[in-house]
Design a protein around this ligand. Structure first.
Ligand code: GTP
Ligand code: MG
Length: 209
């Protein structure tokens, strides 16, 4: 049995549904009540990815109002995967994804020169209206901005969320095995590990990164 622990970020504009997507993913619940996240929130989820792989996810729900601010560097530290969320009913939130992604890539990278952390674009609230972008436009957007994949999701109607989660975990595990092979080849001289996320201090989670 292999067990891994990863820190995953959820970022994007105010009110795009980051907290809702996370709550759907972790607790399988949804609320229409909007309570804007302040700073950052956390959730943990254990995923049995296949018969002999268990993944412990530490999910960091970053407030939209952080908007590429100075605190994001602290929040992004040691993350190894990310969801970037936009709201299909507000096309501007997709424009802003470009900035969120640039900010992310500037502030966190896979250790050992393996480049940007795997990031997935989520087009949320598709229960409300169709995605204004065509499939081809979405694919081009992903190539241009370095996303490994995109999904149409609805936190409300439970569409696409678990698929997106599985896809991200698979991508991280692939990266993990690439790095493990490289470490073996290097005979342990300069072993790289995908950071274990920092321990959370429940009483003041923001203090101890
Ligand atoms: P901040 O924390 O302020 O950055 O916002 P957020 O991105 O965490 O958004 P949140 O999850 O709080 O959702 C904002 C509003 O959108 C809430 O009223 C949610 O109920 C609603 N919402 C979220 N996801 C969906 C969805 O898939 N469909 C619909 N119809 N509403 C959604
Ligand atoms: Mg929130």
């Amino acid at each position: 049995m292999h067990s891994y622990q990863y820190k995953i970020l959820v970022v994007g504009d105010l009110g795009t549904g980051k907290t809702s997507v996370l709550q759907r993913f972790v607790y399988n619940t949804f609320s229409t009540h909007y309570k804007s996240t302040i700073g950052v929130d956390f959730a943990l989820k254990v995923v049995q990815q296949d018969s002999d792989v268990v993944v412990h996810l530490q999910l960091w729900d970053i407030a939209g109002q952080e908007r590429f601010g100075s605190m994001t560097r602290v929040y992004y530290k040691d993350a190894i995967g990310a969801f970037l969320v936009y709201d299909v009913t507000r096309p501007k939130t997709l424009d802003h994804v470009v900035k969120w992604k640039q900010d992310l890539d500037a502030k966190v990278q896979v250790p050992g020169g393996y480049g940007d952390i795997p990031a997935i674009l989520l087009a949320n609230k598709i229960d409300q209206q169709a995605n204004p972008k065509s499939k081809q436009e979405m694919t081009e957007f992903c190539v241009d901005n370095g996303f490994i994949q995109w999904f149409e999701v609805s936190a409300k109607e439970n569409i696409g969320v678990s698929e997106a989660g599985k896809y991200l975990i698979d991508a991280i595990l692939q990266l993990e095995s690439t790095i493990e092979r490289k470490n073996e080849y290097d005979d342990g001289d300069s072993a790289i590990t995908l950071h274990e996320p920092i321990k959370l201090n429940k009483s003041n989670p923001k203090c101890c990164s």
